[in-house]
Design a protein around this ligand. Structure first.
Ligand SMILES: Nc1nc2c(ncn2[C@@H]2O[C@H](COP(=O)(O)OP(=O)(O)OP(=O)(O)O)[C@@H](O)[C@H]2O)c(=O)[nH]1
Ligand SMILES: [Mg+2]
Length: 463
């Protein structure tokens, strides 16, 4: 377990706002809150704060007796609280200095400043939420589109946990059959036959495999899709970024080599977050700064889920364009023939003759031609990459989930082979225990101490 002290942190984002919430959790949460906050009307009976009701009062610096804010307070009795401990919240005015003062008073009264994610960690350790719900809280806060929101809210509601728990129960039931085979081997009982056990393992394995395969879909819904805009200098990459964003985000000039660094921003497409990355034009450059920019462009092109390869329709293809075509061979791509408002020098056939296989769209960043076609093509690529819509269903979205399911699958395969080749049930039981452990690690049912740090470190203070 953890040290049962009382922690404090702002629960609202830093900066100015109408209200800021300072949250306390732990055995002394109520005492500390009542040392610095007192109600406008005296409490009845004997200093018992009203449970779960916002009450108006004042925050006072006890050493100087000075009132520093008029603020609401709310008290929650353990264990039906966010963290499972006593919780108090002070809803003060949202000024950064004021919040620092209130925190300082709480710390002087005995609270400790919370570590990142410590509130959620306590909620998990006290059994208020499972690990998938803790992760879902973070995903909700970070959601950049409707798909990410719906996935997070389903996960917070326990959809993933329920599915994993069901698989874990099946594992335990198979284990029970194996135990029976071990314990009653010499007796004349009607024990399940190896074929029956193998069939149950097979059914479970296909369930686990299906969830394992939902990773790409879940990841793309949660994180969005990274689309790198690549092409030789001056073909109009930055103009395309600006047009799609509806904002002058990147500098556009007629000088080749304008963009040096990667510039990215997000658009929402049918609920998916699409992270567009404008990059430096690809060419041989003698300029150090530009060369670093080009290296970054190639790096992004390698890491992206999708490439938007841009070509200049009004000028002949050159070596750098061939290099860009080569980039598209390695990942899902869409090609744009930009500047199609000008007299054409090249067309789709010329690109095909050079080996381009991606769909080609006639485009003009200055005349806004081809925007809808690009949106449709992007969406088609997203659906192809993510393996379809699957809205509302359960999907895993984290490498942690995928690795745990991968471990479960491997152990299931070994168990199945073991049963069919009649190895002793004790050995098969070891594999099935490994399956249960791997599944349990997803929700935090067992064996998770080591993964806790990794998960909660990602949280911010006060969550
Ligand atoms: N006629 C026409 N000009 C365009 C179009 N798109 C971009 N341009 C012009 O082409 C020039 C280069 O545009 P940028 O968007 O800076 O090109 P880039 O690919 O980002 O260039 P680098 O950052 O140097 O690699 C600018 O003068 C733009 O106004 C287009 O569709 N039609
Ligand atoms: Mg540019």
């Amino acid at each position: 377990m953890y040290v049962e002290d009382t922690i404090v942190a702002p629960a609202t984002a830093p900066g100015r706002g109408a209200v800021a919430i300072v949250r306390l959790s732990g055995p002394d949460a109520h005492r500390i809150a009542l040392e610095i906050w007192s109600p406008s009307k005296p409490l009845r009976p004997a200093r018992q704060p009203p449970h779960r009701r916002l009450t108006l009062g004042e925050i006072r610096d006890p050493t100087r007796g000075m009132v520093i804010d008029r603020a609401m307070a709310v008290f929650f009795e353990a264990p039906q609280t966010l963290t499972g401990e006593s919780v108090a919240e002070l809803h003060c005015h949202g000024g950064p200095y004021l919040v620092r003062r209130v925190l300082g008073l709480a710390i002087a009264a005995g609270a400790r400043y919370a570590e990142p994610g410590e509130f959620t960690r306590r909620a998990f350790l006290n059994g208020r939420i499972d690990l998938t719900a803790a992760e879902a809280i973070r995903d909700l806060v970070e959601a950049r589109g409707e798909r990410a929101l719906s996935l997070a809210i389903a996960q917070l509601g326990g959809a993933l946990a329920a599915r994993v728990d069901r698989m874990r129960k099946q594992t335990v039931s198979i284990l029970a059959h194996l135990e029976a085979a071990i314990d009653f081997a010499d007796e004349d009982l009607d024990l399940p036959q190896p074929q029956q056990i193998a069939a149950s393992i097979e059914a479970l394995a296909s369930d686990v495999a299906e969830l394992h395969a939902s990773f790409e879909r879940g990841r793309i819904r949660r994180e969005g899709i990274r689309a790198a805009i690549v092409g030789r200098p001056n073909v109009g990459k930055s103009s395309i970024l600006n047009l799609m964003l509806g904002a002058e985000r990147a500098i556009v000039t007629p000088i080749p080599g304008t963009t040096r660094d990667v510039i990215e921003d997000t658009i929402e497409l049918d609920g998916y977050a699409v992270i567009l990355q404008d990059t430096a034009g690809v060419r041989e450059s003698g300029d150090d700064v530009e060369r670093i920019g080009i290296e970054r462009a190639l790096e992004r092109a390698r890491d992206a889920d999708l490439l938007i390869a841009v070509f200049d329709a009004a000028s002949a293809l050159v070596d750098e364009d061939f290099r860009v075509i080569a980039l598209t061979e390695r990942r899902p791509s869409i090609a744009l023939l930009n500047k199609s408002d000008l007299p054409a020098k090249i067309n789709e056939r010329d690109l095909r003759a050079r080996g381009l296989r991606a769909p080609v769209i006639d485009f003009s960043a200055t005349e806004a031609i081809g925007v809808n076609a690009l949106r449709t093509a992007l969406l088609a690529q997203i659906e192809a990459t993510s393996g379809g819509d699957g809205a509302g269903d359960v999907a895993i979205s984290r490498v942690r989930h995928r690795e745990a399911l991968g471990r479960a699958l491997e152990a299931l395969r070994r168990a199945q082979e073991g049963v069919l080749s009649r190895i002793p049930p004790e050995i098969v039981a070891v594999e099935m225990t490994a399956v249960a452990d791997a599944l349990g690690a997803i929700t935090g049912a067992i064996g998770v101490e080591d993964v806790l740090d990794v998960i909660f470190r990602e949280f911010c203070i006060g969550k």
